[in-house]
Design a protein around this ligand. Structure first.
Ligand code: ARG
Length: 250
């Protein structure tokens, strides 16, 4: 984890090109947004269609800002690195706002609050203490990995490029537990109809959109658009559609 964070920070510092400022984005009329597209119900690429709470929310923010959107999808682990290379203007892919990541990028105000939860088969480990001696699957580059590593006594942490692959490892019985987002976990429990159960939260996190470090004009506009969406009912409507509840940070 340390190594990855240093690499991100180093890349950001080494890049001489400037990220597009708000004035430049506005003038071009189009904002370039990156996500993963493999993290339902937040961002999911189905055939050629991008869907999910974060996709709908970012589209609403762009509309509010008077911009067209050009979407880019990237493996999760590459997303913040691409910001440093000016490949897109911002990233919305459920990144928890952590001190490590803040060394490499800047975050907007949180667009939702959530936590990392343990999911297992009935009879399996349901909390941090029960993970002792167990094998756990997580998506690589995530706060799940960082936090499972802090749990004392875990036997093995298996990392997967995609969160859905980590879930599949649990379903196939190749690991004792999967640690992932609590809302994603609820969907998995529902879809698997009792074949898996959700245990405790290992940690809570605030999720934000990331821009290239120093791009304060863009952060300001995104924060203003988010605040507007949160006050005019746009946010509540989208949150209700995907979660049946309001997921904003309280
Ligand atoms: N919230 C977790 C983190 O901050 C997981 C994010 C995973 N996002 C994704 N698009 N796969 O690391």
């Amino acid at each position: 984890m340390k190594k990855v964070a240093l690499t991100l920070a180093a890349l950001t510092l080494l890049t001489t090109a400037q990220a597009r400022t708000w004035a430049e984005i506005k003038q071009s009329g189009t904002i370039k947004i990156a996500t993963e597209g493999a993290f339902p119900p937040f961002n999911l690429l189905k055939g050629k269609e991008l869907t999910g709470f974060e996709v709908d929310l970012a589209n609403a923010l762009a509309k509010q800002l008077g911009l067209k959107v050009q979407w880019v999808t990237q493996p999760f682990d590459n997303l913040l690195i691409g910001l440093g290379q000016d490949r897109y203007d911002f990233v919305i892919a459920s990144h928890g706002i952590t001190p490590e990541r803040q060394k490499a990028v800047d975050f907007t105000s949180p667009h939702y609050c959530t936590g990392g939860a343990v999911v297992t088969k009935p009879g399996g480990p349901m909390n941090a203490a029960a993970l002792k001696g167990k094998t756990v699957a997580v998506q690589v580059g995530t706060t799940y990995l960082e936090n499972v590593r802090k749990v004392p006594g875990v036997k093995d942490v298996k990392t997967f490029p995609k969160d859905t692959d980590a879930q599949a490892a649990l379903m196939a019985g190749r690991v004792d537990a999967w640690v992932g987002d609590k809302f994603t976990g609820l969907d998995l429990v529902k879809a698997q109809k009792g074949k898996v159960v959700q245990g405790s939260l290992l940690f809570n996190e605030k999720i934000g959109m990331a821009v290239k470090k120093g791009n304060s004009s863009l952060v300001k506009e995104l924060n203003a658009a988010l605040a507007k969406a949160m006050s005019d009912g746009t946010y509540a409507k989208l949150s209700g559609k995907y979660f049946g509840t309001d997921v904003r940070c309280k």
